[in-house]
Design a protein around this ligand. Structure first.
Ligand SMILES: C[S@@+](CC[C@H](N)C(=O)[O-])C[C@H]1O[C@@H](n2cnc3c(N)ncnc32)[C@H](O)[C@@H]1O
Length: 285
């Protein structure tokens, strides 16, 4: 994280509305604070990191029904930083939360206009008036799915963060369908940015590599009768792996298949859900 970002741009008072609440936490000076979690480090291929300050740090926490939905802790902020760096011009944000991303984008000279879609009236009530966003066009109190289905506007970037989980289930249930809904309003699918998507895809890469590189697991999969294979890989949470394994199983007599397949994994997983994926992997789907 850049030094200039250690001070959060947020200044939202404590409050409660319906099941939602804004709370504050003060971390005393000199407390080691996790900035890059072990989980993020593992699935992104970077190092975990802790940071210490010689001043106390005030953290804002957004809770729903007592559970944490968002905070401006260093970990959360680290996770959003690389996304914010990439964004410019006319931006659509799905999920207001604490307005942390919206606040960072509002300060970026490359960003010209911000539209936000937030499902919860209570979140808007607790947060919106404390952000003082200069580039805000409008906050829609709507479900992002519904908004995108009716949208006619074009955006230069769309940033979506409406989930708290970062597992493969979130990739399947939210990220992939939302990417599809966003595609008509954006020039490149690289401009659709989803919080923690790389970590979610990292888990799929990990699962494929594991099975490929552990001989007993690999052998078991290669020998699985087709009917059983289909039963397992038609499940929506592992369907993402199906074309890959269909291809590997067809090539299993090739003595170099493990090596060849390992080199394909990153590209395969990164492309999953894109129209090019269907073109390239159609035969194995
Ligand atoms: C993790 S927070 C977003 C944090 C935000 N990125 C920030 O910078 O503070 C998730 C937000 O998405 C909202 N949300 C959840 N489901 C939604 C949906 N279907 N449509 C729009 N907003 C949604 C939640 O109410 C919550 O405010």
């Amino acid at each position: 994280m850049k030094d200039s970002m250690y001070l959060s741009p947020l200044n939202i008072p404590k409050g409660r509305s319906g099941k939602w609440a804004i709370e504050h936490d003060i971390i005393p000076a000199l407390t080691p604070i996790q900035e890059v979690s072990h989980r993020t480090a593992l699935f992104r291929g970077i190092h975990p990191k802790k940071t210490t300050f010689d001043f106390p740090l005030k953290i804002h926490i957004l809770k729903n029904n007592g559970g944490i939905v968002m905070s401006d802790s260093l970990q959360e902020r680290f996770d959003h930083e690389s996304i914010v760096d990439a964004i410019s011009d006319k931006v659509l944000i799905g999920g207001l939360g604490l307005g942390y991303v919206a606040s960072l984008l509002d300060r970026k000279k490359e960003v010209t206009e911000i539209t936000i879609v937030e499902k919860s009236k209570d979140v808007i009530k607790l947060v919106a008036s404390h952000l003082h966003l200069k580039k805000l066009k409008r906050i829609y109190n709507q479900d992002i799915y519904k908004f995108l289905k009716n949208n006619k506007d074009h955006y230069d970037y769309i940033y979506i963060d409406i989930w708290t989980g970062t597992g493969e289930a979130t990739l399947i249930e939210h990220v992939l369908p939302l990417r599809k809904l966003c595609r008509p309003f954006i020039s490149s699918s690289k401009h659709i940015l989803c919080w923690q998507e790389d970590v979610m895809r990292g888990q799929v890469k990990f699962a494929l590599k594991n099975r490929l590189l552990f001989p007993s697991m690999f052998k078991e999969l290669m020998e699985l009768p087709q009917q059983r294979f289909d039963e397992i890989f038609n499940n929506k949470f592992v369907r993402i792996q199906k074309p890959f394994w269909n291809w590997v199983r067809a090539e299993k007599e090739n003595p170099d298949i493990v090596e060849i397949a390992e080199q394909v994994i990153d590209e395969y997983v990164d492309l999953y859900g894109e129209p090019e994926f269907e073109k390239r992997w159609k035969k194995w789907m």
